[in-house]
Design a protein. Sequence first.
Lengths: 397, 397
Amino acid sequence: MPCVNPNYSKLQAGYLFPEIARRTAAFLKENPGAEIIRMGIGDVVLPLPQAVCEAMKKAVEEMGTPEGFRGYGPEQGYGFLREAIAAEFALRGAEIDPSEIFVSDGSKCDTGNFQELFGADAKIAVTDPVYPVYVDTNVMAGRTGEANGVAYEGLVYLPTTAENGFAPELPKERVDVVYLCSPNNPTGAVMTRAQLKTWVDWAAENDATILFDAAYEAFIRDPEIPHSIFEIEGARKVAVEFRSFSKHAGFTGVRCGYVVVPKESPFHAMWNRRHCTKFNGVSYPVQRGAEAVFSPEGRRQCMANIDYYMENARLVRETLSGLGVKAHGGENGPYVWMETPGREPSWNFFDRLLREANVVGTPGAGFGACGEGYFRLSAFALRENVERALERVKRVL
Amino acid sequence: MPCVNPNYSKLQAGYLFPEIARRTAAFLKENPGAEIIRMGIGDVVLPLPQAVCEAMKKAVEEMGTPEGFRGYGPEQGYGFLREAIAAEFALRGAEIDPSEIFVSDGSKCDTGNFQELFGADAKIAVTDPVYPVYVDTNVMAGRTGEANGVAYEGLVYLPTTAENGFAPELPKERVDVVYLCSPNNPTGAVMTRAQLKTWVDWAAENDATILFDAAYEAFIRDPEIPHSIFEIEGARKVAVEFRSFSKHAGFTGVRCGYVVVPKESPFHAMWNRRHCTKFNGVSYPVQRGAEAVFSPEGRRQCMANIDYYMENARLVRETLSGLGVKAHGGENGPYVWMETPGREPSWNFFDRLLREANVVGTPGAGFGACGEGYFRLSAFALRENVERALERVKRVL
């Protein structure tokens, strides 16, 4: 037997979304006529904004000419995009230098890869429920023991449930790294300025690092909620922020994201080294498309799409609430986090919803033990499908 | 101090290419009028083939329509591309199933990431000289001790020099993983069928894994030289192959590559898990561009570019040979590996060539201790620049 990484065998079942796809495909094989409505994976459905398409096409055309061709770009991203992103932070009072921005092919990669910069014995905290990538990538890296049910030995889980208003408490034990996500996937909750400040102060006092996932910041409606952790004093020394064009601009199939690592962070130079050694930059046409997100037309088109999805979220939340279901989130983020009827086990509810309503959602248990009894419905769907799905869901509740 | 990965501090200086860029930029700052000719980094210069541009533009247009929009694709790549790639292998008698192909954003990422599947104590062998990514990524992962000069403790280096005809010998000690690259970067040497067979048999006998980097296979001219390790009997059990569209089709700025992991390999399921957990698929328009590489026009256009570069390689090799310089490679790969005058230290020769001839090449020492006294010249340049560079190089030799 070759010398394999032993940690992979600790991983539980499939990664959540492939497992959902597997169950859905199996159902469709048995019921070929079934008309499935997907509100599970959180994938956007509206076309790519025209400003983005135009910019990408122009860039492809450039690449076909001797004058316009570009080979390897800077690993960290082109200046034109890093500057556009920095300007965006400045609009909200966060001073970020373009050199602190590392453009990538998406936040899944970034949130998955960043843990490489920590020691093998770093103590990791995650909220529970949590985006599985944070957990699984630390399991693969050997920072956990075996799984005990859905929890891994050695990880610190911070429950975020209806009981604590979806606001995780500070860890009671020594922790080196904490992953925070606001607006939250999957709960849809947002962190207030005061809550973020508490975390930043805690990190500064404990030599800890906050990995802040702001992939959904564009969906925030409440003007008091910070879009970036760098709006909080002291964050530059202790935090790193992940952002994505996926949901903001419909880039799930185009692939672009970025990490902000301030120069004050010990991880700035390390991430730069990692980026230059293991990554070779994002496709030039994609970077031009991302730049166009910040143009006046791009902004308008992206915001129209976000408004559309947030109206979906409102419909889901209010319809469910009207049916007596406890539905959280959906006000500053695109996910509604509902409590299952009678706190039914969430994979049960998944299977029942699939079979009886032909609607695909995401079982809360897939996000961690504290997600049990919850179910995530995504606002990323066509209006008509949301309305039809809600009609069907009514029958199952 | 936060809990950082201690292995990063073992890394020597900058990664090779950023260091070249740094020295070049410093020279240009001092000599703003200097007209530099770059034959260093091995970046393509000819425009993207028109068939690729057309396919990408069409895909971007699709993405702008409700019917044609695509969000998340399969992490492993779309079926249309995996099938086109599998058909390409079949042309040379290598049976590869589409499900064994994992599409990625480039070979630098793939060759850098694949080591994650091995145990922390896996013994790694590399040829010397070698593409630095293989080494640096294992250093980052903690599989080496400190650097001793340019060599890391714990790594097994296999000298490949003019003295052994650039054919590395089998390791004398226990090794779990060996990285092989043919056509070789940087030496330009290729491995024969018999040599590859020896390595495959050795791997089978020793429970070892061959990571075979075939990024330059499209440049092979000799019909007897294998393009894939999977043309060799027994390879499916012990080898993994990396391929790229970067040099083959001018994709250095477009970003697409792939890994072939046969089902017989214990790493097939693991790589699939890694790919699904840490990666989210390649940009859809990029995958359509890659598919077009295999269309009749795409093939013709790519081959015309490869012919152009290989004529450059011939010019470099023959001009240098005519000047009494020992110039290796350049016959089945795009790199000429010259011996420096009097085996002058290669960074010296780099600086001298930069200052006196305003030509940028790659110092052999950047690829390992056995690269000292060598210098890599890339065939990826415009003909006119190759001719001018050779005129200037004459003056320095």
